[in-house]
Design a protein around this ligand. Structure first.
Ligand code: C2E
Ligand code: CA
Ligand code: CA
Ligand code: CA
Length: 279
């Protein structure tokens, strides 16, 4: 047993060493990627169920790596959060999404809004209303066209600081959305204390609709209660017509998912919108 214990220990050590090496390499690569401008924003349409129009788009960051190609945010956002690189990356994302929104507005897409993901670690690293205002001023974007998406876990914090932070952002004129709703354990009544406009129901609750009875009743309850609180609902990850029809039946306001479109580079978006709105 002793022998085995030692081997395990050594194995663990070697694995840890590799992890550290990979992490250091990834961190270095992320720093370089920021310097070399290797990040790009893709945009995914969000469709209004009442009129079929593309009401907004969500900006989703991609790392276009010279050798590895397009890298998914799931593979680098957690590391960016741990190392604090999410702060410069987040500012880059915010500025570029605003700049792109302003460019689309000038192209005639005047009704469109853009959703920007802000991770909760950005708050602790100094992203705030003043930083957002500086970029809004710099790009000339109308703040009414911006939706800031924050995950539910951030609200669970519930501290005075978090509430003040949200209220100050909201006072810029932007909309606020809770992302991945349902994955935390907050009640809707608790959320009433926050200046929220939209709820995004997490894909995990959408993928097995309408057959999964637990998911179906949960989604039904979320939609009914949020409507009574005046919130707009977005269902994420809608991939088929069964899900779409079910959600429409519950009067879910907005739909996002591969059924309509995957996230696309900015230059493809006007064509994607045209195709969705005049099929
Ligand atoms: P999220 O904010 O929940 O974004 C939605 C994710 O679901 C996106 O993954 C999107 O491509 C994917 N998705 C949309 N429709 C469907 C569908 O019908 N089926 C499936 N299977 N997936 C769908 P993506 O782009 O890989 O982003 C993953 C996560 O990375 C995001 O989840 C968000 O948490 C984070 N992220 C992305 N961009 C940013 C950013 O600019 N800043 C921050 N802080 N986080 C970001
Ligand atoms: Ca999001
Ligand atoms: Ca989400
Ligand atoms: Ca998510």
């Amino acid at each position: 047993a002793k022998e085995r214990g030692r081997n395990q220990y050594q194995f663990f050590n070697a694995e840890m060493r590799d992890q550290v090496r990979n992490r250091t390499e990834l961190e270095q690569a992320l720093r370089l990627a920021l310097q070399n401008n290797e990040f790009e924003l893709y945009y995914q349409p969000i469709i209004n169920t009442r009129n079929g129009k593309v009401e907004s788009v969500e900006s989703l960051v991609r790392w276009s790596h010279p050798e590895r190609g397009i890298v998914s945010p799931a593979d680098f956002i957690p590391m960016a959060e741990e190392t604090g690189l999410i702060q410069p990356l987040g500012l880059w994302v915010f500025e570029h999404a605003c700049q792109q929104m302003q460019a689309w507005c000038e192209l005639g897409l005047t009704e469109l809004s853009v959703a920007i993901n802000i991770s909760s670690s950005q708050r602790h690293l100094g992203f705030n209303a003043a930083a957002a205002q500086a970029l809004i001023t710099k790009t000339g974007v109308n703040p009414n066209k911006l939706i800031i998406e924050i995950t539910e876990s951030m609200f669970l914090d519930g501290s005075e600081e978090a509430i003040t932070w949200l209220n100050e952002l909201k006072s810029l004129g932007v909309m606020l959305a809770i992302d991945d709703f349902g994955t935390g354990y907050s009640s809707l009544s608790y959320l009433k204390r926050f200046p929220i406009d939209k709820l995004k129901i997490d894909r995990a609750f959408v993928s097995d609709l309408p057959d999964d009875e637990d998911d179906a009743s949960l989604v039904k309850a979320i939609i009914a209660m949020s409507h009574s609180m005046g919130l707009t609902l977005v269902a994420e990850g809608v991939e088929n017509y069964e899900q779409l029809d079910y959600l429409k039946g519950l009067e879910c306001d907005l739909i996002q998912g591969y059924l309509y479109s995957k996230p696309v580079p900015a230059d493809q978006l006007p064509d994607v919108i045209r195709a969705l709105e005049d099929p």
